[in-house]
Each structure stands twice: as structure tokens, then as C-alpha cells.
Design a protein around this ligand. Structure first.
Ligand code: ACO
Length: 428
């Protein structure tokens, strides 16, 4: 017999099915709760709400486990590449060599953007935040591919493979062009290079001098992107799914994802962490004031804590370790790494953080690697967005391919004024 759970409301018992995931996570299926009882669930911030069934990514936050399609993140980090992991997230399997090569070619061929879009950059002030530009540009991009952005599910899905490769490719071009525009430098056209090599070329080459990656920057960047590829129902991915649930096309959905990622509680934390570490370095102290401020509830310690992880974020562990080797190969000794390590140690020995199970998250060490590669701080969250693109795409696909998917439309508990009589303007 299928498992059920009982909710007792006042004096009546109501039975609901229990849904069990493949990794044993259980949920009480309350979809009929309101029609049966007149009650809804209240879960502000959705900490206890399963918003979907998904086959893409598994997280066991208590034990610090992250797997994409069943593969542990540690194994992917050691053996895979960003584009291969992107294919895994999107299509569900590790690709055969020929499929991966075809995907790489597809991504390579789609690197440039329509020259009509070049002039869009002129419309932004140089002070514009790169995330604002990225979000606008991704949505505009859909206008150049009307057949792929119809908001007709069947038609958008018919072009899915093309759209996915195109977005993964062009998001990186748009990011590099955004940086060049802000710096007042001419755009650099994509070349026949690896995914990350091409990005670094478009960011840093000059008409008179080709960027040379002589310290493994492309490899380090590939690892960074891969570690950000997907992370189940986080704020930006849930936003993508929410927008997709209304039938919106993939361009519009990922553009909304960029906006959701921007905030400092989510992807924006990678900028905030490096700003904090730089402030500590400039002040020459040990940074304990940031820990004290966090304990007093004045400000969160950036790069620490996570809704799901109550253990070390496995991505932070990998990035923390690789930060050292990246700095070594670049040949610089960044004092921020030592500061970060000491801050981490101090927090992990403090009862406030221990009792709340607050550990470093992915954003704690990622900025040190990006900085070593030469990425400006203002671009950090954009780098996160490039990395997260496959996850957003995979989640959009899951919604679009599900014939039973419903528009996402939570309810609320109204706490405002009850019925009132309209007061004419001269009587207020
Ligand atoms: N510094 C200090 N206290 C914290 C921190 C932190 N970074 N994070 C959580 N807490 C506290 C909360 O205030 C709460 O305290 P209380 O029990 O006394 O009320 C307790 O720890 C539990 O908080 P959670 O419920 O685990 O936090 P929540 O899930 O609401 O928020 C979030 C998660 C937004 C990531 C939070 O930890 C935070 O703001 N961290 C700093 C910003 C950051 O690094 N964001 C990146 C997250 S990873 C990502 O999105 C890529």
C-alpha cells in the first residue's frame, strides 16, 4: 500500500499521500489540502516546500553532498569540464565523445552576437552594473531569434538544442562585451578557441596584443564555471522555473534568472566577500569585527551559511583547495587567501556559527580565484551567471517537457484591511 500521512485539523483527520524521492527524501503531498480542509500551508521563504519533482541535482545538505544526475561533484570536478557537465545537467547523461564534440562545435559556431545588438551597449551608461546589462541583453537576444522565442512550448522545444547551445555560448560573449564597453575598449570578436579560452580572449586581448594564457587561467575558470553549473531549487533557478511555468521562452526565463541571482544573499555574495576581505586587508586587522557584527545580527558574514547546507558546501571545499594552486600557477601571493582562511577558522570555532551550522558556501573562496585570473570584482556575479546557465536551461527544459506542469502560483494569507467604504478625495 502507498504510504500516507495524516494531518489532524481541529477534530478531523485528513490523509495525504507521501511522495518519496530516489534518495529517500519524503514529502507530504498536500496538493488537495485546501479543497479537503479549507486550509493552506504557510511557509514563507519556502524552507519546507518542495516546489517540483526534479531529476537533475541532488543535495544532502546535512552531509554536504552534491550530485548532478547521480555523479558526485568531486568526481566531476576531477574529471569533467564545464561543457560536459552542462550536457550532463541538460540531457541527463554523460555525453559520448562525438556528442560532446558536436556540442562544443555548436557552442563555438554560436559565439558571436548579431551586430544589431552591438549598438544596444551604447544605450547603457558606463556606470551600469554588468548584471543589469546581462539580463537586458539575454532578453533582447530572443528578439533576434523569433522562431526560438515564440512562447509556444511546442515550437520553443522544437528548437531547444539550438537555443541551449546558443545561450551557453553567447552569455559569455555578452559578458565580455559588457566589460569592454564599460572600460571604453573596442569589442574583441570570438576566435576558434576553447570555451573559457575564448572568453578570456574576448575580455583581455587587444587589437595589437593577443591575450596569452600562460598560467592556466582557462582551466581554473572552467573549474569555477563547472562548480556553479546547477544547484537545484535556489532563488534564481526557482525564478527561471516560475517564469517558465507561465509558458515564457528560454531567453526570457534565463534573463529573469540573472535578476534573481544578482542580490547579495544569492550570487551577489561573491562580490561582497571579496569587498569584505579587501576591507580587512586595508585595515590590517583580523576581521573579527565582521564576525562580531554577524553575531549581533547587524550584517551577515558574507560567503557563510546556506539554506540547504548545514555542513561544509562541497563546492567551497574544492574552490578553497584549488585557490592555492591557482595562485601558485599565476605566481602571485594574494594576502586575501590568508585572511579568508583565518576568518573561516575563527568563524568555525565560534559558538554562534557552530550552533547554527554555518559554514563557508561557494562564494567564500570563488572570488580569490576570479581575482587571480584577472576578472574585475564587478564582473564576479556575471561569472556566476555564465556558470549557472546550464542549470537554468535544464530546469526550463524539465518544466517545458512536462505535459502536466501547472503555472506556479502560490497563495497568501491576506493580513491587510478588511472591507472598507470608498472615501471621495475631498473628504479624506
Ligand atoms: N552570518 C551570520 N548569521 C547567519 C548567516 C551569516 N552569513 N547566515 C545565516 N545566519 C543566521 C541566521 O540569522 C539565523 O540566525 P537565528 O537562528 O539566530 O535567527 C540562522 O543563522 C539560520 O539561518 P538560515 O535559516 O540557515 O538562513 P537562511 O536560509 O534564511 O539564509 C543565506 C541563507 C541567505 C545564504 C544566509 O546564510 C546569508 O545571508 N548568507 C550570507 C550571504 C551569502 O553568502 N549568500 C550566498 C549563499 S550561496 C548562493 O546563493 C550561491
Amino acid at each position: 500500500m502507498d504510504k500516507t500521512g495524516t494531518i489532524r485539523l481541529e477534530k478531523e483527520n485528513f490523509e495525504f499521500p507521501i511522495i518519496e524521492g530516489t534518495e529517500g527524501e519524503r514529502a507530504l503531498d498536500t496538493r488537495t489540502l485546501r479543497s479537503k480542509t479549507g486550509c493552506i500551508t504557510f511557509d514563507e521563504g519556502y524552507g519546507n516546500t518542495g516546489s517540483c519533482l526534479s531529476d537533475i541535482t541532488f543535495i544532502d545538505g546535512e552531509n554536504g553532498i552534491l550530485r548532478h544526475r547521480g555523479y558526485p561533484i568531486e568526481e566531476l570536478a576531477a574529471n569533467s569540464s564545464f561543457l560536459e557537465t552542462a550536457m550532463l545537467a541538460i540531457y541527463g547523461e554523460l555525453p559520448h565523445k562525438s556528442c560532446l564534440n558536436a556540442f562544443r562545435q555548436h557552442v563555438r559556431r554560436n559565439a558571436s552576437i548579431h551586430t544589431g545588438m552591438h549598438s544596444h551597449f551604447d544605450g547603457f551608461p558606463s556606470s551600469a552594473h554588468p548584471m543589469a546589462i546581462l539580463s537586458s541583453m539575454l532578453n533582447s537576444l530572443g528578439a533576434y531569434y523569433p522562431g526560438m522565442s515564440t512562447n509556444n512550448r511546442e515550437q520553443d522545444l522544437a528548437h531547444f538544442d539550438e537555443t541551449a547551445a546558443l545561450l551557453i555560448s553567447k552569455v559569455r560573449t555578452i559578458a565580455a562585451m559588457t566589460y569592454r564597453m564599460k572600460m571604453g575598449m573596442p569589442f574583441v570578436y570570438p576566435a576558434d578557441m576553447s570555451y573559457t579560452g575564448n572568453f578570456l580572449h574576448m575580455m583581455f586581448s587587444e587589437p595589437y596584443r593577443q591575450y596569452v594564457d600562460d598560467h592556466g587561467a582557462a582551466k581554473a575558470l572552467d573549474l569555477f564555471l563547472m562548480l556553479h553549473a546547477d544547484h537545484e531549487q535556489n532563488c534564481s533557478t526557482s525564478t527561471v522555473r516560475m517564469v517558465a511555468s507561465g509558458g515564457a521562452n528560454l531567453f526570457a526565463s534565463v534573463s529573469a534568472g540573472v535578476c534573481a541571482l544578482w542580490g547579495p544573499s544569492h550570487g551577489g555574495a561573491n562580490m561582497a566577500v571579496i569587498q569584505m576581505l579587501e576591507e580587512i586587508h586595508a585595515a590590517g586587522d583580523d576581521g573579527s569585527r565582521f564576525i562580531e557584527a554577524a553575531k549581533k545580527g547587524e550584517a551577515k558574514l558574507m560567503g557563510f551559511g546556506h539554506r540547504v547546507y548545514k555542513n561544509y558546501d562541497p563546492r567551497a571545499r574544492i574552490l578553497g583547495k584549488s585557490a592555492e594552486s591557482v595562485l601558485e600557477s599565476v605566481g602571485i601571493k594574494d594576502p586575501l587567501l590568508d585572511i579568508a582562511r583565518k576568518l573561516e577558522q575563527a568563524a568555525l570555532e565560534d559558538d554562534y556559527f557552530v550552533s547554527r551550522k554555518l559554514y563557508p558556501n561557494v562564494d567564500f573562496y570563488s572570488g580569490i580565484i576570479l581575482k587571480a585570473i584577472g576578472i574585475p570584482v564587478e564582473m564576479f556575479t556575471v561569472m556566476f551567471a555564465i556558470g549557472r546557465m546550464p542549470g537554468w536551461i535544464a530546469n526550463w527544459k524539465e518544466i517545458a517537457e512536462n505535459p502536466k506542469s501547472r503555472i506556479h502560483r502560490p497563495r497568501q494569507i491576506y493580513t491587510g484591511k478588511t472591507l472598507r467604504e470608498y472615501v471621495p478625495i475631498d473628504k479624506r
